[in-house]
Ligand binder design. Sequence first.
Ligand SMILES: O=C(O)C1=N[C@H](C(=O)O)C[C@H](O)C1
Length: 315
Amino acid sequence: MSSSPSLLSTDPASDAVRTSPNVSPSRDFSGLWVPLVTPFRDGAVDHAALSALALRLAAEPIAGFVVCGSTGEAASLGDAEQQAVLATIAGVAPGVRRVLGISGYHLGDTAKRLRALVDAELAGVLLPAPLYIRPSQAGLLDWFQQLADASPVPVLVYDIPYRTGSTLARDTLLALAAHPRIVGIKDCGGDFGKTRALIADGRLQVLAGEDAQIFPTVAEGGCGAIAACAHVQTARLARVITLLRQGRLLEARALWQPLLPLIEGLFEAPNPAPIKALLSGRGEMAGELRAPMTDAGAALTARLLALDAALSSGD
Ligand SMILES: O=C(O)C1=N[C@H](C(=O)O)C[C@H](O)C1
């Protein structure tokens, strides 16, 4: 897992693009975010494994953690469990910025949960469209505006139609960019024209939300990524983003292309089963998931372990 100087280390000047110019630090979400898995053991959250994972990743060049996102299996965690997960991460890595995933379909309840975060010391919240309902664009606009009004911290819109059932239209996102608390988007929208339009507009920070889209998104002007693959090969991924933001395309591509088989493998079964299997194979946690999630299977796990090991030995 070590990274050799030849590929990954940097001279100070080469790492100059760490944050976005002209963006206040508290509203800057650029860089590589790790949407943490939630380790389970014998059916319960394994806080020891979670602490060890957060500590390991805190030493890597990341922008922060996304807690209780889709990769964190938030849908299978009760409220008390979510709070405990957040507390564990804040306890072991207090210096690492935290974004909390908040999803739901009841506007009032979701707003209440947001208002309750006033003392949670979060960098932001990650907010998807209401699940299951499939409202009109006007309804979606209203959902995000009302929740952004209620949020005590900056909001990243989570555009993920294949999970929520709702597509956020380009004009809806551009209208949301006018809200003072909406600062960015985690882009799983599957429409690169929309991605480009948001980057060109410039008001929202665009973060790739699909692991395979990290390179094209940042190469076209996005500022980072929230990606499950960042649990492993973290320094290499962070370096790809830094190099792209510096316009060093060929160097970035040389680091990126060897990652693709691993990234593809990590999404051959529903996320987060493969990344949990890989972390389990590395001895970092049990590979347990909560129903209805099912495990990644022995063959995929073995392939992921081999790909990860080969990347690490080639650094
Ligand atoms: O947890 C997340 O946030 C991520 N979501 C995507 C998903 O919905 O599976 C994938 C991404 O790597 C991380």
